[in-house]
Design a protein around this ligand. Structure first.
Ligand code: SAH
Length: 262
């Protein structure tokens, strides 16, 4: 069983360069270290700043509310897929949306963009958008910790349909569409141009609501630059389609290999 990974605030660099960078662990993680694991100063732990960096930290002070430490090494967190997937998911009813956030985080999605489309059944009042986002952020944080992610996926605000256009324009985009008869996911990924050197490798994945996309919506998404893909001859529930497709994309790019010896 790998050692749990603790979340730290990004380290405070030591201005004079004499001392090591200091880190602070708070909240549940501090309590867990102090009271459950009974860690002592001098213990070495693995920590993440939630932004994809992994730290080896020597503890200097341990308390149930705050644990302090010094950074020994910083490396890229191998738990993070090189490919960053943003899942644009049309809003789903109740728990189905929670499921998408939880499973999507475990699988390795980097960001979530909930949006509204013609057949969206779940239509919370705009005054509730903030509350919804907070709920999803909690689900994502818990799932990121549980699954050992090195990054806490971002949850964007609920976006109106037209808000998808600029996002699609800025990123290679796939739209899962059961009406697509020519292009499979594998074909489209194989034909996808490699990212330019020194640019992040990103894919935007768009998935419809329970009732699917209206034909004119597929026409708009395509005009904005999205590539429609079939997920095969079975119709998947909307809450299955996003996490499954993210897993298939990450598998295609080798993100499901073992981390290897530390
Ligand atoms: N059109 C159907 C099913 C919608 S399924 C209906 O009216 O009931 C919900 C979403 O899952 C779709 O919008 C699509 O994004 C995705 N999806 C489900 N099965 C799919 C498949 N076989 N190929 C591509 N996308 C699929």
């Amino acid at each position: 069983m790998p050692m749990p990974k603790f979340f730290i605030d990004p380290p405070i660099p030591d201005g004079e360069g004499k001392k090591k960078d200091q880190v602070i662990i708070r909240g549940e993680d501090a309590y867990h270290l102090a009271r459950v694991l009974r860690a002592k100063p001098g213990a070495i732990i693995t920590a993440t700043d939630g932004q994809g960096r992994l730290y080896e930290v020597v503890l200097t002070a341990v308390g149930p509310e705050t644990v302090r430490g010094e950074v020994r090494t910083v490396t890229a967190d191998q738990a993070e897929p090189a490919l960053k997937i943003t899942l644009a998911q049309s809003l789903l009813k109740g728990e189905k949306m929670d499921w998408v956030f939880q499973k999507g985080t475990e699988i390795g999605i980097t960001a979530f963009l909930p949006f509204l489309s013609a057949r969206t059944i779940a239509r919370p009042a705009p005054a509730q958008f903030g509350k919804k986002k907070e709920r999803w952020e909690k689900i994502v944080l818990a799932a990121a910790k549980q699954s050992g992610r090195g990054l806490i996926p971002a949850v964007h605000s609920i976006t109106p349909w037209e808000g998808l256009a600029p996002v699609i324009a800025g990123c290679f985009t796939l739209v899962a569409w059961e009406g697509e008869v020519n292009h499979s996911l594998r074909q489209v990924l194989t034909a996808r141009p490699a990212p330019l050197p020194d640019t992040p490798d990103e894919i935007l994945l768009v998935v419809g609501p329970e009732g699917g996309f209206a034909p004119e919506e597929i026409a708009m998404l395509t005009a904005w630059g999205a590539h429609p893909v079939s997920l095969g001859p079975r119709i998947l529930r909307a809450e299955t389609a996003g996490p499954l497709t993210a897993a298939l994309i990450l598998y295609h790019y080798g993100a499901f290999e073992p981390a290897g010896p530390a």
